[in-house]
Design a protein around this ligand. Structure first.
Ligand code: PAF
Length: 277
C-alpha cells in the first residue's frame, strides 16, 4: 500500500517505522517511464521505498516554466502504487521552505556554472539545496537519480562526497523512446513537428559516439548530425565521465542541450573514445 504524506511530521513518523534499507527517488512529478525505471531499480535494492514529488521553485529561473510545469499528482500516485512505493512525500512550498526563500544554499562550485549552469544561472544551487533538504528529511540509505540529468547526477555525487552526507547515490540509465528520444517530463510540451525535431539531440549523440569509437572527431560528427534548421543548439561537448576534460582515449561522456521551439531539452550518452587513427 502506498501512503501519501504532505508534512515533514507525517514523513518523520512514517520513516521511523521503516526498518532495513530505505531508498528514495526524488521527482518533480509528471512521472513517465524514466521515473518508473528509477522506482524499479530502487525497489529492487531496498526494503522500503520513498518517492518525493515537489516542483522546486528554487531551480526555475524567472523566465522558465515553473508555472506551466505539469502537475499530475493523481496520475503520479497511481504510478507510485504500481511501482511498489511505500511512501510518497508531496510537500507544498511552505512545508519545504517554511522561512521563505532559503538564505543559505548549497554552492555547486565551478561545475555548477558550466553546461546547464551557464544557461540557467542558479539552477544547480536550487537543485542541490532541495536534494540536500530531501535527503535530510527522508534519511535514505540509497538515493536514485537518472543519468538523463547527468550533470545533476555528477553534482549530487560530488555534494554527498564533499559534505559527508551518509547516502549512496545510484545512477540509472536513461530510458528512450524506440526512435531514440530520451524521456523527459518536458517532452509533453512538444508539438508533433517539434517532437520530430527533438530527435536531432539523440541523433547527434549517436553520431558523436560512433565517431569517438572510431578515433574520429566526435564533436564535429555530432554537430554535422544535428539539424540546426529545426532546433537551436546550446552546447554539444565531449567530456570525461566526471565532466572534466575528455581523455585522449577511454571512457567519456557526450552531452547536448538544445531549444526546440520554446522547450529546452538535454541528453547525453556514454562514449568509448578510441585513440585517433
Ligand atoms: O531531477 C529532478 O526531477 C529534480 O531536479 C530533483 C532532483 C527532483 C530536484 O528537484
Amino acid at each position: 500500500m502506498t501512503t501519501l504524506v504532505h508534512t515533514r511530521a507525517d514523513l518523520a513518523a512514517a520513516r521511523a517505522a521503516m526498518p532495513g534499507t530505505v531508498a528514495v527517488v526524488m521527482t518533480m512529478g509528471a512521472l513517465h517511464e524514466g521515473h518508473r525505471a528509477l522506482l524499479r531499480a530502487a525497489r529492487e535494492r531496498s526494503d522500503h521505498l520513498i518517492a518525493t514529488i515537489f516542483v522546486n521553485p528554487l531551480q526555475f529561473g524567472p523566465n522558465e516554466d515553473f508555472d506551466r510545469y505539469p502537475r499530475t499528482l493523481d496520475a503520479d500516485l497511481t504510478v507510485c502504487a504500481e511501482a511498489g512505493v511505500d511512501l510518497v512525500f508531496a510537500p507544498d512550498r511552505a512545508e519545504m521552505y517554511p522561512s521563505g526563500e532559503p538564505m543559505v544554499r548549497v554552492n555547486p562550485g565551478p561545475l555548477g556554472e558550466r553546461l546547464e549552469g551557464a544557461s540557467r544561472p542558479g539552477f544547480f544551487h536550487g537543485v542541490l539545496t532541495v536534494v540536500l533538504k530531501l535527503l535530510q528529511v527522508t534519511r535514505p540509505h540509497l538515493a536514485f537519480f537518472g543519468e538523463k540529468d547527468y550533470q545533476q547526477l555528477t553534482l549530487v555525487r560530488r555534494m554527498v562526497r564533499d559534505l559527508d552526507v551518509p547516502v549512496d547515490i545510484v545512477g540509472v540509465p536513461t530510458v528512450r523512446e524506440p526512435d531514440g528520444l530520451a524521456l523527459s517530463s518536458r517532452n509533453r510540451y512538444l508539438a508533433p513537428a517539434e517532437r520530430q525535431a527533438a530527435l536531432s539531440l539523440s541523433a547527434a549523440l549517436r553520431a558523436g559516439a560512433e565517431a569517438a569509437a572510431r578515433g574520429g572527431d566526435a564533436e564535429a560528427a555530432a554537430r554535422a548530425a544535428f539539424d540546426s534548421d529545426t532546433a537551436k543548439l546550446d552546447y554539444l561537448v565531449l567530456t570525461g565521465p566526471d565532466l572534466g576534460p575528455a581523455p585522449a582515449a577511454g571512457a567519456g561522456r557526450m552531452l547536448v542541450a538544445a531549444w526546440v521551439g520554446s522547450t529546452r531539452l538535454i541528453d547525453n550518452v556514454a562514449v568509448e573514445i578510441a585513440s585517433p587513427t
